[in-house]
Design a protein around this ligand. Structure first.
Ligand SMILES: *Cc1c(COP(=O)(O)O)cnc(C)c1O
Length: 385
């Protein structure tokens, strides 16, 4: 299916709403039946029928159809946040007594789900270095049900070989889930590589303007319908019609935003890589990166995240660098119009916590500003190191 068709036409029945170009926000909790027979039909066909907005809402459905198509999936189901989608996807695949093999260092709250929440329900998780698919194979036990990936993954942007891990999962009758948020549906489509369920935090690139939260699971119709009947309807983390509308609006410009973000990021990385005050840049699209080939094999382009290690042993210098930046906001999240930094140094003071990541690691997200504007800002801030 053509990208232009997906983003501009798919799922939009304009003649149903006065040929309006933008879809209506169907801000309703409820849908009425004309007759008992109608209501009976609605109840029997709830995965498709419009009965109640914690279920189906036409504005949300437009978004689901478009993202499913972007991922080459049969179907998709939207949630009120990325982590709601991650949690529902994982919970849908396990029961008490089951085992999961996950990549190490997944997104913070995915990590919390696996380490603190799932053990309460008798689900055990082994976390492996995902850079070698054989680590997944080695961790599989007779009760392993799920192999979980996040590629590129949080903070250090290591990749997993998605096709290889999906093949190992098939050999062992395990399901695979990948959090594809960092790549965006424009740059990586894991279903074509054999993955079962693809999850996105729509809060990031898909929304693209730092003004809405959402999440989505894409996959085979039967698996998504099962999630609808169980995790979606019982846990109830639905996406509102208005937020769906904002995400549909975000989708219209997703490819051009991804293009600009990619080009900007390459320029900023090029500047940083040769800078004497930068010890290391974590970015798989650098020719010397050990996963350079894999990056080109499974991603269409780079995205806007990377991290650096500043060349200093003094945490106060790291702080001075971060505080001196004028045009980077210091914030969590990423994927919007605005460039951001997230210094791991900030985690070092909270209650004497010692994170596993080094204090001189600063995560960058490069947005839509002019690259020189950003590079000049980094240049003046690096005088602190
Ligand atoms: C932000 C993020 C999430 C969680 O998404 P929310 O919309 O904030 O709930 C999940 N995975 C990754 C990789 C993320 O960066």
């Amino acid at each position: 299916m053509e990208l232009s068709y997906i983003l501009n036409e798919l799922g939009e029945d304009r003649e149903l709403y006065f040929n309006a170009v933008a879809p209506p926000i169907l801000q309703t909790s409820n849908f009425a039946a004309k007759t008992v027979a109608d209501l009976r039909h609605m109840l029997q066909h709830e995965p498709e029928a419009h009965l109640y907005t914690r279920g189906n809402n036409p504005t949300v459905t437009i978004l689901e159809k478009k993202i499913a198509a972007l991922e080459g999936a049969e179907h998709a189901i939207a949630f009120g946040s990325g982590i709601a989608a991650v949690s529902a996807a994982i919970l849908s695949q396990v029961s008490a007594g089951d085992h999961i093999v996950s990549v190490k260092k997944p997104y913070t709250w995915t990590n919390a789900l696996m380490k603190r929440f799932l053990p309460r329900f008798g689900v055990e998780v082994t976390m492996v270095d995902g850079t070698d698919p054989e680590n997944y194979r080695a961790a599989i036990k007779p009760n392993t049900r799920l192999l979980y990936m996040e590629s590129p993954n949080s903070y250090t942007f290591e990749l997993q070989d998605i096709a290889a891990i999906a093949a190992i999962a098939k050999e062992h009758n395990c399901t695979t889930i990948i959090d594809n948020s960092f790549a965006s549906p424009i740059n990586q489509n894991p279903i074509a590589l054999g993955v079962d369920l693809v999850v996105h935090s729509c809060t990031k690139y898909i929304g693209g303007h730092s003004d809405v939260m959402g999440g989505i699971i894409c996959g085979p119709r039967a698996m998504i319908n099962k999630i609808f009947e169980r995790e979606y309807m019982t846990l109830g983390a639905v996406l509102s019609p208005h937020d769906s509308w904002l995400l549909i609006r975000g989708l219209r410009t997703l490819p051009i935003r991804m293009e600009r973000v990619a080009a900007n990021t390459r320029q900023v990385v090029e500047y940083l890589v040769s800078h004497p005050k930068v010890a290391h840049v974590n970015f798989p699209f650098l020719p010397l990166h050990p996963q350079y080939e894999l990056a080109h094999k499974q991603l269409r382009n780079n995205t806007g995240q990377f991290s650096i290690l500043l060349k200093t042993k003094d945490i106060s210098k790291v702080e001075a660098f971060c505080n001196k930046l004028q045009h980077f906001l210091m914030a969590a999240s990423w994927g919007g119009h605005e460039s951001l930094i997230y210094p791991i140094a900030a985690a070092y003071t909270v209650g004497g916590l010692k994170p596993s990541l080094p204090f001189n690691l600063v995560r960058f997200y490069i947005g839509l500003e002019a690259p020189d504007y950003l590079i000049n800002d980094i240049e003046q801030a690096l005088s602190e190191i």
